[in-house]
Design a protein around this ligand. Structure first.
Ligand code: HEC
Ligand code: HEC
Length: 146
């Protein structure tokens, strides 16, 4: 009985090792980082240009966070600054002719209305996304509810 178990384990290990070392030879399978060797760096992804959409982007459903119709590659959001608020804050939006971040953005989780943007809404790009001219990674039939 004991010998049989050992045999089984050894056979399994040999099979596993063979699979591991021949893994790269499996036809048609390429890792996401391309065909580069393990010790090489990954190929650089081409940076796509962010798209400017005149007049904004239609929302697909009522309470969707609107898409960002301008570039944001120069904006910074960190512990110290949030450059989005240079234009979208209560104080600046009129002068910058930008829409003010919604009133919902100034409410704490306990329903208190705050003077500054709520920490729940501080990381704008958690919900608002800029646009790129890119094909969908997976085709889909999504249609917005208007
Ligand atoms: C230099 C000023 C400026 C800065 C900085 C800025 N925006 Fe804007 N944003 C605008 C203006 C102006 C509009 C109105 C549409 C347009 O003309 O592009 C706008 C539109 C938007 C909209 C669309 C609102 C709607 O109802 O469709 C979103 C969302 C938005 N910005 C988010 C952001 C986020 C997030 C950042 C930071 C990463 C940011 N903006 C930084 C000026 C700015
Ligand atoms: C947790 C998700 C979330 C985060 C984070 C967030 N937003 Fe929004 N935003 C929304 C939703 C949802 C709406 C649409 C409904 C509303 O106005 O509350 C919206 C609406 C807006 C609008 C359009 C307001 C209007 O009257 O049309 C602007 C501009 C905007 N957000 C800017 C910002 C900026 C700037 C930040 C960062 C300081 C930010 N948002 C962070 C979810 C978010």
């Amino acid at each position: 009985m004991e010998i049989d178990m050992k045999k089984v384990i050894v056979t399994l290990m040999v099979t596993l090792m063979t699979l591991m070392f021949n893994g790269s030879a499996i036809a048609g399978v390429t890792s996401l980082r391309g065909d580069s060797d393990l010790t090489d760096g990954a190929d650089k992804y081409p940076m796509r240009k962010q798209v400017i959409s005149q007049g904004g982007v239609d929302r697909s459903y009522k309470i969707q966070p609107p898409m960002i119709p301008h570039k944001i590659d120069k904006e910074k959001i960190n512990l110290k600054i949030n450059t989005c608020m240079k234009c979208h804050s209560e104080k600046t939006y009129k002068q910058k002719k930008a829409p003010k971040a919604g009133d919902s953005h100034y409410v704490s989780r306990d329903g208190k209305v705050l003077d500054t943007v709520s920490s729940r809404r501080y990381f704008c790009n958690q919900c608002h996304a800029p646009q790129l001219n890119a094909d969908p990674i997976v085709n889909n039939q999504f249609e917005g509810a208007k």
